[in-house]
Design a protein around this ligand. Structure first.
Ligand SMILES: *Cc1c(COP(=O)(O)O)cnc(C)c1O
Length: 471
């Protein structure tokens, strides 16, 4: 593709995206294709001769769109949001256009240095303390996902807990990792991948009223493990659990971790970004003071296309020591000088995309003010939705719901069955999309508001549909 061909097709692609965004409401939110349907509509063999790009665009419309679930639809209330935005899409396009491989500083200094600036900017916007800045002992890095962030935090924690031996000798003792029943499954995965093992993942009790981790039970489990010769490696506290946005008591957990010398990872994948609003900054209480690592995903609720998960460390040394390997072919003067950051040492893969461009574009386009307005608007809509549900005595709302997610359930006989059947009917209709979870063994519906396209009229109409389907 020559630059002139690229220019022509590129304009068409941008037009396609703009038309898609402008007309997104005409699609059913959830795709209703059957398994294998899209595959069956695609050729079994790759083309022998190149095809014009309009053939690709035509198949996008004809074959793929029916198999797309429209995450950017204003009536998408499932899971958590995965915000896409104009500036982030354009930033990603520029990253693709530059085609930079930013594995070490020397392979593109701007790729590393812009990343250090945007993660420091974001730390400031979230009110994180100075020691997590990249120009201090800590530092931030953009990972592909909170799951990767959890894995590298785990490897850093093992490095510290083993005095560096985990990296050389492997796991020669029993280590344990501490979660609650509502901690994201990526933590158990991290324990498996890091060699800690799923049997050494301890599940700390939660407070039945709030679903938040019980610090006293954590302390008891830590003490029992230490008495049994098991080395506590990492505690994960969650700020905004995936199920219900429960917020673990980080200050109390942090004090216990400090007492036991255990690594505290705080997973704020969804909710952490809410701290751009001063009135919501309490969600990060204790994080700056106690967390050894903290992660939040601009790719969920902060208007930045997937993938963009930011991990900050209080001290980057254990992470870099755990992961740094310097083969001859990567040796260079800048790395040898020790004056630069080589982000390959902060992540699992060697190669890395120039993800900072899209976050930079988002932070500049919206400004702190625009980001706050987005969070505030979606939180306010969620509060309005919760008030509507609460006002109907046939429903129960799970309290508290301080962010963009509202969990609720119908009351009465066979509430679980009716909730699931009503949800499936709504989702199959294509009018909206919501998901469910279980709390204390009972089915609870999740209504997550987070799209810049969701307006009050969408929420009011969604509630009318939900009410009809569930009563
Ligand atoms: C969504 C979520 C994750 C996983 O995020 P990825 O970036 O998709 O790996 C982890 N933890 C919590 C609390 C989440 O809500």
């Amino acid at each position: 593709m020559t630059p002139e061909e690229f220019r022509a097709w590129g304009k068409q692609v941008v037009d396609w995206i703009a038309d898609y965004q402008a007309g997104i409401e005409r699609y059913p939110v959830r795709s209703s294709v059957a398994p294998g349907e899209i595959r069956a509509a695609l050729p079994a063999h790759p083309p022998e001769r190149g095809e014009p790009f309009d053939a690709v665009l035509a198949d996008l419309d004809r074959v793929l769109l029916p198999g797309i679930t429209h995450w950017q639809h204003p009536d998408f209330y499932a899971y958590f949001p995965a915000n896409a935005s104009g500036p982030a899409i354009l930033g990603d396009l520029l990253s693709s256009g530059l085609g930079v491989q930013g594995m070490v500083w020397a392979t593109s200094p701007a790729c590393t240095e812009l990343e250090t600036v945007v993660v420091d900017w974001l730390a400031e916007l979230l009110g994180l303390p100075g020691h997590v800045r990249t120009d201090a002992a800590g530092g931030g890095v953009i990972q592909d996902s909170a799951s990767s962030a959890a894995l590298v935090a785990c490897l850093a924690a093992l490095h510290r807990a083993s005095g560096g031996r985990a990296a050389t000798e492997g796991i020669t003792r029993r280590y344990a990792l501490y979660v609650s029943a509502h901690t994201h499954s990526s933590l158990e995965r991290a324990a498996r991948m890091a060699g800690i093992g799923a049997d050494n993942v301890r599940v700390v009790d939660v407070d039945p009223a709030t679903q938040a981790m019980d610090p006293e039970h954590l302390a008891a489990l830590l003490a029992a493990d230490r008495a049994a010769g098991v080395v506590p490696a990492l505690v994960c506290a969650t700020v905004g659990t995936t199920s219900t946005t429960a917020i673990d008591p980080v200050p109390a957990i942090g004090r216990i971790c400090r007492e036991h010398g255990v690594w505290l990872h705080v997973d704020g994948a969804y909710a952490g970004v809410a701290a751009v609003c001063p009135e919501l900054r309490w969600v990060l209480d204790g994080v700056g003071e106690f967390a050894d690592s903290f992660c939040t995903n601009p790719h969920k609720w902060l208007l930045t296309n997937f993938d963009c998960s930011v991990l900050w460390m209080a001290d980057r040394a254990p992470l870099v020591a755990a992961l740094s390997i310097l083969p001859e072919y990567l040796r260079n003067a800048a790395t040898a000088s020790g004056e630069v950051i080589d982000y390959r040492d902060w992540q699992v893969p060697l190669g890395r995309r120039f993800r900072a461009l899209k976050l930079w574009a988002v932070l500049r386009w919206y400004g702190a003010e625009g980001l706050r307005a987005h969070i505030r608007r979606t939180v306010a809509l969620a509060q309005e939705f919760a008030a509507l549900v609460r006002a109907d005595e046939r429903f129960e709302v799970l309290e508290p719901h301080p962010l963009g997610l509202v969990c609720f359930r119908p009351l009465g006989p066979d509430a679980d069955g009716r909730a699931l059947a009503g949800m499936e009917e709504l989702n199959a209709s294509g009018a909206l999309y919501l998901t469910h979870t279980k709390v204390d063994g009972r089915v609870v519906l999740r209504f997550a508001i987070g799209s810049p396209r969701t307006e009050r009229r969408h929420v009011l109409a969604a509630w009318q549909r939900i009410r009809r389907a569930l009563t």
